[in-house]
Ligand binder design. Structure first.
Ligand code: ADP
Ligand code: MG
Length: 173
């Protein structure tokens, strides 16, 4: 199998961390749509949102998804990538979609331990826990319906990678 593998899930679910390790295990390339977008625009997510609004950001994010999609590539997607039906359909058609599922408390603990990884601007001024909860309520169904496979992303990264290898190719053990 040499299709794209798309990792979806909330901020802090480990898409970048797990994606890099998964790519290494498979001998695949690794790309991150957020990173691609920042390289192309030479702007941070916060700067793009400030200049173009969330709608403009989503548009560019969708373009990044298409630009980075390639065979034998693990693609870590921005947390909001599943909000667009076109993106959901595109990912399912182009490859295998894996949802990194973790509970609010786990996500919050990771983002609080590494605030640098929580780069998105909070528009509301709410606490990080409240914001993550709200986002998961809004997106959980989209993550689930988009995914071919869901894995438990609360485990250490190497175990999450192993779960993904198992669902991609059950015989691999
Ligand atoms: P995402 O790309 O989904 O936003 P990251 O891979 O950037 O998530 O991970 C966010 C933070 O959580 C990082 O500090 C990372 O080291 C940590 N982290 C990621 N996955 C795990 C994991 N499975 N177990 C423990 N910590 C993790
Ligand atoms: Mg990431």
């Amino acid at each position: 199998m040499s299709l794209s593998i798309y990792l979806t899930g909330a901020r802090g679910s480990g898409k970048t961390t797990v994606g890099q390790a998964l790519a290494q295990a498979l001998g695949y390339a690794f790309v991150d749509t957020d990173h691609h977008l920042q390289q192309v625009t030479q702007r941070s997510v916060a700067e793009i949102v400030a200049a173009a609004g969330w709608e403009g950001f989503r548009q560019r994010e969708s373009e990044s998804l298409r630009a980075v999609s390639a065979p034998a590539t693990v693609i870590a997607t921005g947390g909001g990538m599943v909000l667009s039906e076109q993106n959901r359909d595109f990912m399912r058609q182009q490859g295998t979609v894996v949802y990194l599922n973790a509970e609010v408390g786990t996500l919050a603990a990771r983002l609080q331990a590494f605030p640098h990884d929580a780069q998105r601007p909070t528009l509301t001024g709410r606490s990080i826990v409240e914001e993550i909860e709200q986002i998961l309520v809004e997106r959980a169904a989209l993550y689930q319906q988009t995914a071919h496979h869901m894995v438990n992303a609360s485990h250490p990264p190497e175990q999450v990678v192993q779960q993904i290898l198992n669902v991609l190719s059950p015989a691999r053990g």
